[in-house]
Write a protein that binds this ligand. Sequence first.
Ligand SMILES: O=C(O)C1=C[C@@H](OP(=O)(O)O)[C@@H](O)[C@H](O)C1
Ligand SMILES: C=C(OP(=O)(O)O)C(=O)O
Length: 428
Amino acid sequence: MKVLTYPSGKLSGVISVPGDKSISHRAIMFASLASGTTKVTNFLAGEDCLSTIDAFKAMGVEITRNNDSVQIKSNGVNGLKEPLEPINLGNSGTTARLLMGILSALPFHFTLFGDASLTKRPMDRITNPLKKMGAIIDGREDGKYLPIAIRGTNLKPIDYHTPMKSAQVKSGVLLAGLLTDGVTTVTEDTKTRDHTENMLKAFGAKINVDGTKISIDGNHPLHACDIEVPGDISSAAFFLVAATIIEGSEITIKDVGLNPTRSGIIDVLQLMGANIRVEENRQVGGELIGDIVVKSSNIQSAVIEGDIIPRIIDEIPIIALMATQAEGTTIIKDAEELRFKETDRIDSVVSTLSALGASIEATADGMIIKGKTKLHGNITKSFGDHRIGMMIAIASLLTDEKVELEDEACIAVSYPTFFNDLDRLISN
Ligand SMILES: O=C(O)C1=C[C@@H](OP(=O)(O)O)[C@@H](O)[C@H](O)C1
Ligand SMILES: C=C(OP(=O)(O)O)C(=O)O
């Protein structure tokens, strides 16, 4: 239990946030499939990415980590070994879905399990297309849920249209395609984050992106390639919103990843009237990065729907909190994917913000939030969901009353130094 009392919630100063979670996972995975030694800098040492490291160590890859620097020494895909024990995926959906694509094509047997939250999350979205490629997978409810066993085998390529907006599904199928003779194609209705495509190219894969259609030519070897991970915009989002809604704030967040498939939070902040500026855009290893400066301002409601949703999918909890401080009614639609995250984030956001005094209601695919409301203290729970925990911590800045947060430890999944950074911005 953490007691959150910040008498002056005003934020100021300059920080950088830890490395991007999606990019950190992929760096470990692709380096493990590549021959040679890869150095990864600004790696996110969050629990989810450590689960990915452990999975590849269990397959014999030499991985050494010194804080946020990681070295991966691999003999390529043919150097991988059968793990002797079941692989623990912890809380990480990304590790689960991407790894299943890889393991399905390796000549070994694997057993995968996760924590209580991951065990409830749907895996059939990835096991179904993999089974169409010939994967031998079994798990609870016919492979819908973990624990799952995989007997790796030779797969056949597939031309797959993803039925849901999911970069994890797209990536899992492309990774199975990477290890399969022939051309595998994935088509999406709406473009989701494209870190897999960008980074596989950097490691030498033959991958072609044509709008929302991605094709990969299987069994081309990957070669080691150093990766500098940009700051995670999904982590930065908590402070960008905090500085916007807390009067008198002004902050700069340096070296944030601004990949257009991830930067929807900037569009939402601008749409709602935030005082935000992006400075010094530059490219680092195929990913755009820059510094973001935000000053507090009055904000208005917005209707947030359609193609922007995958570009803000992990930021919706903090956007919902922002909407409680906007004039007017904010409507978030087309976000049914929120129901399949670490918690059902439509229900967990609505119940938590309601407990703090917000006027918010759930819909089938989103939420309706009436602003502007004065929030108050209460005893709250993260429900074991890191993004709900961080949303509550930012909400606590809006009231002088005591907010208690149960189960705050889960924040280490994506942002182990969150409270240090918050304290630095508050005490400046
Ligand atoms: O590919 C990734 O790294 C991720 C994709 C998204 O999940 P979905 O693919 O389930 O939308 C996102 O919510 C998750 O935090 C990370
Ligand atoms: C949904 C998330 O991650 P994952 O699916 O990898 O558990 C998240 O980080 O918000």
